[in-house]
Design a protein around this ligand. Structure first.
Ligand SMILES: [Zn+2]
Length: 87
């Protein structure tokens, strides 16, 4: 199983725990864990601005160099990025 699939599976399992619990402090911890894992799963860069935009924080990249050098994480929030073009 690829690393990305392992992380997606972890998110699915944690979501089940989230549904099964009614303790608010545990819900909060699970939400934090899900958010941290999801930031590590590459998401496609939004390409409706000149140089692209982060799919998580919507921070705009201000240079084509960011995509040219295949920067793997958002400079604003740390979201893992996928620069492959949509077909
Ligand atoms: Zn970001």
């Amino acid at each position: 199983m690829e690393q990305q699939e392992i992380m997606q599976e972890a998110v699915r399992e944690i979501r089940k725990m989230y549904i099964d619990t009614n303790k608010s402090e545990r819900c909060s911890a699970l939400k934090t864990a899900i958010a941290a894992i999801e930031r590590q799963i590459p998401k496609k860069v939004i390409d409706d601005t000149e140089f692209g935009m982060c799919p998580y924080c919507h921070g705009e990249f201000n240079s084509e160099l960011v995509s040219e050098y295949n920067v793997k994480y958002c400079l604003h929030c740390g979201q893992a990025l996928d620069w492959s073009k949509l077909i």
